[in-house]
Design a protein around this ligand. Sequence first.
Ligand SMILES: C[S@@+](CC[C@H](N)C(=O)[O-])C[C@H]1O[C@@H](n2cnc3c(N)ncnc32)[C@H](O)[C@@H]1O
Length: 273
Amino acid sequence: MLSYQHMYHAGSLADVHKHILLARALTHMTRDSSPMLYAETHSGRGRYNLDAPEAQKTGEAAAGIDTLLRDKRLDPDEPFLTALRRFQGQNKRLYPGSPSIAAKMLRREDMLWLWELHPREHAVLQRLFARERRTQVFNADGTLGLPMRLPPKAATPKRGLILIDPSYELKGEYETLPSFIRRLRQRWPQGAGMLWYPMLPALRHEAMVAAIRDNHNDLQQHEAIWSEPYAARGLYGSGVVYWGLSVKAMSPPTFTIPSLLHSGASLGDPASL
Ligand SMILES: C[S@@+](CC[C@H](N)C(=O)[O-])C[C@H]1O[C@@H](n2cnc3c(N)ncnc32)[C@H](O)[C@@H]1O
């Protein structure tokens, strides 16, 4: 049974980094007037309360989104901030999961396919999207379900974006993701995609990224580093590899390393970004 619960990590630095890139990708892709598909293999519950005991216990949102907003470290023009404000409305303690960010940015004619395996997380997600006709929510393994639905059939948009955001709690997940991505791209060559990965002192992501890179020579990478690897107890950074999206769309010059660092963190190695 899955034990990971994103409630403990919502609004963390890693979450914000991933969501900034997601919002940039969707801004870029929705400039094209033709409809698009957004598919997410590991969706979570879609909405989080930053005052919940789980969030308070880790303090990750306090060190993440709360600090970034209080210290005005995010560019006001970031599409992520626009989506965040639209999602929060009057309740500034709500934080959107990636499906909600996508839902706020997509258009009526676009489609969303969302997989979430954990029954409790799925139930919340299902309720959140119950009234959305453009959205399908599946209580199943996204790594099995998504490839079976690709390439998109008749009435489904032919272009789109996949977000893969695993919890990395299963043994072997780092090893199986490269072949999963290869399979997805074989089945849907027109699809763009993003994979998030944790940067931990054990450096397990390095071999995974190298293996993905071996399969795809157009792979791009974006990392935010807020600590020295050897000094970190948990994550020292957050990484995303992506394909089918231009580097320009994902990395406008307004995005700087210090903008993601919370007070007192060390700078890491800018050359690694
Ligand atoms: C990191 S969280 C997702 C967070 C979400 N993408 C966001 O940014 O708001 C990972 C989620 O994947 C779910 N999960 C784990 N393995 C899965 C699988 N094989 N298929 C679908 N969901 C899975 C977990 O229950 C968890 O809710």
